[in-house]
Write a protein that binds this ligand. Structure first.
Ligand code: UT7
Length: 344
């Protein structure tokens, strides 16, 4: 059995905020943000939009692509929705903390009545984990064939807009893929789909990237006055060092396990946190930077959404061809890291 991505979609809020706009309210500049991160813009949701709203839009876009590509659906969007066996949402900014899961909200809004639903929490690595989670769920039951896997974030609502060292980095968005269990070979000629993955963690670094308030460790107390909602606290330098090592180690391990070299890869699709992290990893391997797909200039860091947004942009712009070997690699809060190797 092969586990193939057969459709993609994405959604970002219409409001686009440039570095210059941030610099009007904050002691920062377009020059500093671009030179330290590669970010030029980010898309920011309005106050009424939650993660599930973007997730549903991205999912609908992927489902419309599925209708076009799968003749057995007879052109029916409704048939595509009813073909879903699982909805898996990777998010660090769910509509509600704890429950109901964002996946259940998406399942209900889509009307995917046959589907199970679950959220995956692994910081910015969550989409890498979610793909593997979904493939495992499809593998364990014959009748499960299709999973909708989404990365969706509204980071702007957990951002401290007074803290220039973090607020310039993040954006809102969602990306979705439809993962299908097929009869394609996974070995030899014509092999397709997910080949292998690496999933790792180092919980000792949890303090370096944390949403400290609101959970069972630091619940809000009656009568307490809050100056800020729960916001991202980050030790940027520590996360940067972890990220460069995580990206290089993960690429190295996936190539070694598969017995291939970097020249065999059509694309590396990294989590879009900082273009300098990618440049450092490229330098260490002697990989041309063009092999890494980067769209951080437009969207900033959208956490769990960044890799599926990149996949959809690549897919729709004709950058992905059947048979291409693609390596996705992520890192983030937890601390977590991981990568998937797949044949498109
Ligand atoms: O998805 C995973 C999430 N996070 C990451 O991947 C983040 C990883 N870390 C990074 O990307 C980088 O560490 C940052 C982009 C966050 C920071 O870059 P840096 O080169 O490590 O800068 P720094 O924190 O060492 O700060 C250098 C200077 C400081 O000024 P002084 O103390 O040298 O005078 C900061 O106050 O830059 C200052 N600074 C800024 N200046 C203008 C920090 N943020 C800004 C800003 N605008 N937005």
């Amino acid at each position: 059995m092969a586990y193939e991505i057969v459709a993609t979609g994405m959604a970002v809020p219409p409001r686009r905020v440039s570095n210059d706009e941030l610099a009007q309210k904050l002691d920062t500049s377009d020059e500093w943000i671009r030179s330290h991160t590669g970010i030029g813009n980010r898309h920011i949701a309005d106050e009424h939009t939650a993660a599930s709203d973007l997730a549903v839009q991205a999912a609908q876009s992927a489902l419309h692509m599925l209708v076009e590509r799968d003749p057995s659906l007879g052109g029916s969007y409704e048939a595509a929705v009813q073909s879903l066996d699982m909805v898996v949402v990777a998010t660090a900014t769910p509509d509600f903390y704890g429950f109901p899961s964002t996946a259940c909200l998406v399942q209900d809004r889509l009307g995917a009545h046959r589907a199970g639903a679950v959220d995956v929490v692994a910081g910015c690595t969550a989409f890498i984990y979610a793909l593997e989670t979904a493939a495992g769920m499809l593998a364990l039951k014959d009748s499960r064939r299709r999973a909708l896997v989404i990365g969706a974030e509204i980071l702007s609502k957990v951002t401290n807009w007074q803290d220039r060292s973090t607020c310039v980095l993040f954006g809102d968005g969602a990306g979705a893929v439809i993962l299908e269990k097929t009869d394609a070979p996974t070995k030899g000629q014509g092999r397709r789909g997910l080949l292998r993955s690496i999933l790792g963690s180092d919980g000792s670094g949890g303090e370096h990237l944390i949403l400290r308030r609101g959970g069972s460790r630091n619940p809000y107390r009656a009568g307490e006055t809050l100056d800020l909602p729960p916001v991202i606290e980050m030790n940027g330098r520590a996360v940067y060092n972890f990220a460069v090592k995580a990206v290089t180690d993960t690429i190295d391990a996936l190539l070694t396990e598969e017995g291939i070299s970097v020249e065999d890869l059509a694309w590396i699709v990294p989590h879009q946190a900082n273009a300098r992290i990618v440049q450092a990893a490229a330098k260490r391997f002697g990989i041309p930077e063009e092999k890494f797909f980067l769209n951080i200039e437009e969207y900033a860091n959208t956490s769990a959404a960044s890799i599926p947004i990149a996949l959809d942009e690549m897919n729709r712009s004709g950058k992905l061809h059947r048979g291409d070997l693609i390596l996705m690699v992520g890192f983030g809060a937890g601390l977590t890291y991981g990568g998937n190797l797949l044949i498109w």
